[in-house]
Design a protein around this ligand. Sequence first.
Ligand code: CUO
Length: 682
Amino acid sequence: MADKNNLLLFFDRPTEPCFMQKGDDKTVFQIPDNFYPEKYKKVGNQLADRFGTDAGRMVPVRNIALPDLSLPQQLPYHNQFSLFVPKHRRMAAKLIDIFMGMRDVEDLQSVCSYCQLRINPYMFNYCLSVAMLHRPDTKGLSPPTLVETFPDKFMDPKVFRRARETSTTAPAGDRMPVLIPVNYTASDAEPEQRIAYFREDIGINLHHWHWHLVYPFEAADRAVVDKDRRGELLYYMHQQIIARYNAERLCNNLGFVTRYNDFRGPIAEGYFPKMDSQVASRAWPPRFSGTTIRDLDRPVDQIRSDVSEMETWRDRFIQAIDSGTIVLPNGRTQRLDEETGIDVLANLMESSIISRNRAYYGDLHNMGHVFISYAHDPDHRHLEQFGVMGDPATAMRDPIFYRWHAYVDDIFQRYTATLPAYTRERLDFPGIRVSSIAISGRTPNQFSTQWEQSSVNLARGLDFMPRGAVLARFTHLQHDEFEYTIECDNTTGQAAMGTVRIFLAPTTDQAGNALNFEEQRRLMIELDKFTQGLRPGSNTIRRRSIDSSVTIPYERTFRDESQRPGDAGSAQSADFDFCGCGWPHHMLIPKGTQQGWNCVLFCMITNWNEDRVEQDTVGTCNDAASYCGIRDRRYPDRKPMGFPFDRPAPSTGSLGDFLTPNMTVQNCSIRFTDAVRQRQQR
Ligand code: CUO
């Protein structure tokens, strides 16, 4: 029986053939003769000898009848791969289907060894990752983080030249880390550059890539796509990104992000990624400022779509929202109800294969990514590939990502605004009185942030280079850890269970005007949510920032698979498993300012008996459930995502007017220190 851990070797040095030595223990896959591609066939035996003689381990590969790979093989090996391009999506869906359909791990290993030599490496990596996350026999295995496999999607290519120098001139133990420059994509003349540390953060981009890996929108196996409240989670997770981005903008003296809603007008923001694709041997194309999206006609990608199509789809969404009903393929209509409406709408919008009417509502969100990412070469006359908006691993680097998603979010908000406002009865938890929330730290109610330098090991992604660790050092935002203290009275006379919900929001706009509730609620950033037992009488609840339900610890974002303890799936390695999905913990708190940036902390306790979802939550990776859900389980909170800020208040007042006795607020500030500290790597 093949060891499922062998599958992880396919993530090592993605463009190096698997008959070469893979991984630290120099594993060589012994592939059947007919698996060698044409160009190696004549020399197959020599190759096997050459890499086999000092191999640390030989893995025989079973000769199986190969499935029909003609569709996924249509994407050239040295090409970019986009999850948003419809043709690429179809090819990936087919490949996922093939990987999911393999009888056992041994057959999966066979087909992988065949594919690895023939299928576009980006697509291969994505499809194998999705399959590993969803096959019962590979649960517990998690692919290495993408920044290790494809570091080219995350950093300046100069880093690789230096890494090459370092790895050829110095033995593994003596290599100096390669420094990834900070703020290298534009000068201070570009105001948007002030928040490049957010857009280009490696952890944030990894989270986004991982989220889309956990929630694919196309696969032949419907169960891979059709997860509990997946549409609603798409809406909520991206809404939270926009809220966080807006807070970050305010901290840097920039106004709120403006929606990209005029498809005929120029996009003011330019973006020059300064990255190379190592697989496609091409620079990622830039977008000049003032670019307008144009009708697409790219036969190679089988894309032909006019900008007017986007407008048609948009109008149909507006119509659906204003009428409260959607049109079904049979011409009937379906009402959008309070409980599932947002989920239905978001599945139409994304759109995924569980869209109830793709023919009519089209593909608005995905095609927005596609139109923008091809704005520089809409008819392929310059033979250019897509820009960073075309790839979930890179999209968040570009300012237009936030303008596009602010627009998408606005359509969702138009819908949630039609829902009945929460009455005080629906908000209150009778008998539970929350009197205060406070932040511990050097100065009470003050968060502290600064820069931190950490390293990531690039060795796995540096194909055809000497082995051994090559560290790249990068600089990112970090906050001091803190603790919440919540004082709460339980006057019911009995023990109770509550769900504690903690949010943070700005208090003023860029001009210093106080925000009203309607403005503030859309800027609320979820910091944590947890279940808490409440004794009769007074309770003091303490909770550490590191336990946040939206984030995953630093070590998981940048995990090093070779450091994984125990066998995959074992209890020992449980901590390490599922997913790189989760907001990176180092980005939990906005940057703040050196003077101290004012914000408000909000805390609410709701009745857990009304929130609970009956299910066993055994299993791993439920610690970032707020943005990522729980694997193979239902979303662990019955309330609408973003509750209680997911809809307007009955009257527009201030946040203070909204509070019921089970809620409290605390004014806080975030103080940023412009200093760099070194992360102590474990
Ligand atoms: Cu995540 Cu548009 O859905 O990038």
